[in-house]
Each structure stands twice: as C-alpha cells, then as structure tokens.
Design a protein around this ligand. Structure first.
Ligand SMILES: [Zn+2]
Length: 388
C-alpha cells in the first residue's frame, strides 16, 4: 500500500497533467485509478467515443444506496495566448495562493475529493462516499450525462451530489440552464435588383433575431416567479453572439449562419423555449420557400446544460449547510454539472473552494485558505459518514 498523499500533493499531481479539453485525460485517469487501487479502492471508467477520454467513478463504504457523491471535472481550459508568470502545469505557491491551471476550476476540489475517498476507506464509514470525475465539462458539460448513465448500473445509487465548482464554499442551489442552437439559413442568390425572385438568407435571419429581441422584452416585462426572482436578471434571456453571411452588397445572400443561445430560468422549460424558436423558424422557412422552394433553415443544438432548480428541503443542500453553517441562498450565473445530476434524479448542490472570478484566467489560483477550507469541509464530511 502506498502512502496516503496530502490533498496538496494530490493537487500537485493532477495539475501536472495538461488535461485541456481538446486533449486526452487518460494519463490523469490512469494515475487516479492506480492511486485509488493502491488503497484498495476499485475504480471504474467510462470512455468517450474517441477512446481518448474517460470518466472515473468509485465507491467506498458499505455496498448500499444513499452515498454522498463528490463530483468534479478533470478537463481545464487552454492556456494559449495567456500571459502566465509561472508554468501553468506546475503548482506554484506565492503570496498565500496556489497558482496553476485548474487549481481553482477545479482540480483543487478533485484532489480534495480523492483525498476524502481514501480517508473514508481508511477510517471506515457507515454511509458510503462516491467519487465521480468527468471530462468535457469546459466544452459544454457534455461528459457528465454519459458518466451518470454509466455509474448507475455499476454502483449503488447515491443520493446527494456535491459538485465542487468554485463557490467560495457557499451552498449554491440554483443556476440557469444554458442552451445553444446553431442556425443556418440557406437562401437563393440573384442580383439584388431582382430581390422578388431571390431569397436573402440574411434578411430572413433578421426576423429570427428580432424574435429573440421581442422575447427578451416580453420576458423582462412579466413578473418573475419565486425561483426566477433569485436570478440577475430574473428572466430567461436569448442572445445572438455570432453571425456571418453574404458575399456582396448586390447579391441576395445564399447563406447566413448565427448562434442563438438561451439562458433559461430553472422554473421554465428549456424544451418549450427550443420548441418556440423552432416554430418561428418553420414560419420563416415557409415564407422563404414561397419565393423559392429550394431554400431552407437548419437548426442544430450545440449545447444543452440543464438548469439547477433550488430543491425544497434538498438533501445535498442540507449536508453542505450543516457542515459550512451557510444558511443563505445563493444562485450563480454559470452552468455546472449539478443540473445534470439533478435531472437524473439526484439531490444536487454546488459547493467548492475558490472563486469563479479566478477560473479560466491567466495566473489562475486558489488561495491557500480556500483550499484548506475545502479540505476541512471534506474532513468533516467523512466524519459524518462515519457516524452514518
Ligand atoms: Zn469548472
């Protein structure tokens, strides 16, 4: 049996693997698996389609349902073009901070979770603890749903999930859902002087974008429900951030592509918003096809991150509140994997060390104090699991 590493030593190791989302995370997964194995903990993998990435999950304690699950992602955002004062893939301590890509988002928490699992194994727990490490979180939270599906037939079902995204150890019980659609309007080219026989993809994109504007105004003007009122702003927002199309000022545009993203308050249905958009698309397409039948509009979903809905008497929230003493309500504006766990039937909360303000930045860091607060939290969590 190998030595029990400190949380800091585990973080050092995790940061040393440059698991940028576009690259493989298998060297990191190999290390975590062999470390857990060396402490008698069996780990399971779920590979993505490429076989280059894997999620890892593990269970400690009695083989019964009701585990607390500590969940984090293993991927990090790129460092390309960012001015770093030290090697991003080596943890460097200065001024009371640990610098390194992923220290804050979120290998610091991953390290604490791995440490907690090994602690639980050695101390002995009467309520189980599980670890779930995903991939591809930073490119649209696409790795967690297949991981969750893969865990369910292999491990006894856990009940409360703590997703350790940086929240300054506050209990975050809600976030909006994020949904993205790529829209490709395909028009028909003629000289612009003959516009009655042509279809400008740009001009038929315009009513779809205007639909987003009008929806934003209508959403803003209606009274928010109790859950929506927690958010800033307290309504669902639609946004077109990228658009391209057209070839010349005197040719009706053959193509126009734009992105439509939706930030949906968790009390509203994202599917309803998607359906409303697609219904508007079909109306516009019908108008286009009345001019020229070989025109069309294709809509494909590019991301889908369900919102996290504050739970009434949620178990995950209760565990975090008991340990941290934080009794306030917090919601955040960024999406996490907690909404995906909740959608799959788990109680879920976001609570992790560090501040989201430091995530994705050059010279990303977690303060030594926040890292220690995370370790103290995990230590108390394991103590509670020993009591059952
Ligand atoms: Zn993250």
């Amino acid at each position: 049996m190998t030595d029990r590493l400190s949380p800091k030593a585990i973080m050092d190791k995790l940061i040393s693997f440059p698991t940028v989302s576009r690259d493989s995370n298998l060297p990191l997964v190999d290390w975590v698996e062999s470390y857990l194995n060396s402490h008698g903990i069996e780990a399971h993998r779920h590979y993505d389609e490429s076989g280059e990435k894997a999620a890892l999950f593990a269970h400690v304690g009695p083989w019964i349902e009701g585990a607390v699950i500590l969940s984090g992602h293993t991927d990090v955002v790129p460092v390309d073009g960012q001015p770093w004062d030290s090697d991003p893939f080596t943890v460097t301590e200065r001024d009371g901070k640990y610098f390194g890509r992923g220290t804050c988002d979120m290998k610091g928490f991953d390290a604490i979770a791995i440490w907690a699992l090994v602690e639980a194994q050695h101390r002995g727990v009467t309520r189980p603890l599980q670890l779930a490490l995903s991939y591809d979180e930073e490119i649209g939270c696409t790795g967690a749903p297949p991981m969750i599906r893969a865990m369910q037939p292999v491990l006894p079902k856990g009940s409360a999930v703590i997703v350790g995204e940086p929240s300054m150890m506050k209990a975050v019980t809600g976030h909006k859902g994020g949904y993205g659609y790529a829209t490709h309007v395909q028009g028909f080219e003629v000289h612009s002087s003959l516009i009655h026989t042509g279809v400008s993809a740009i001009m038929f994109a315009a009513p779809l974008i205007e639909w987003a504007n009008r929806s934003n105004e209508a959403n803003r003007d209606k009274a928010p429900d109790e859950i929506a009122a927690m958010f800033e702003p307290s309504w669902t927002t639609l946004h077109v951030g990228v658009i391209e199309g057209g070839t010349a000022q005197n040719i009706t545009a053959k193509d126009c592509r734009f992105s439509m993203d939706m930030r949906v308050v968790p009390s509203e249905s994202a599917d309803d918003w998607g359906d409303a958009y697609k219904a508007r698309v079909r109306e516009v397409e019908t108008q286009m096809q009345a001019i020229h039948p070989e025109t069309r509009i294709d809509v494909t979903q590019t991301f889908n991150v369900p919102g996290l809905k504050p739970e009434k008497d949620g178990e995950a929230e209760a565990i975090v509140r008991q340990i941290t003493g934080d009794n306030e309500s917090h919601v955040v504006s960024y999406g996490t994997e907690a909404g995906q766990f909740q959608e799959a039937g788990y109680s879920a909360v976001v609570c992790g060390p560090g501040s989201i303000a430091q995530a994705h930045q050059p010279n990303e860091y977690i303060s030594v104090a926040q890292f220690q607060a995370g370790v103290d939290f995990a230590d108390q969590l394991v103590a509670r699991l020993q009591e059952g």
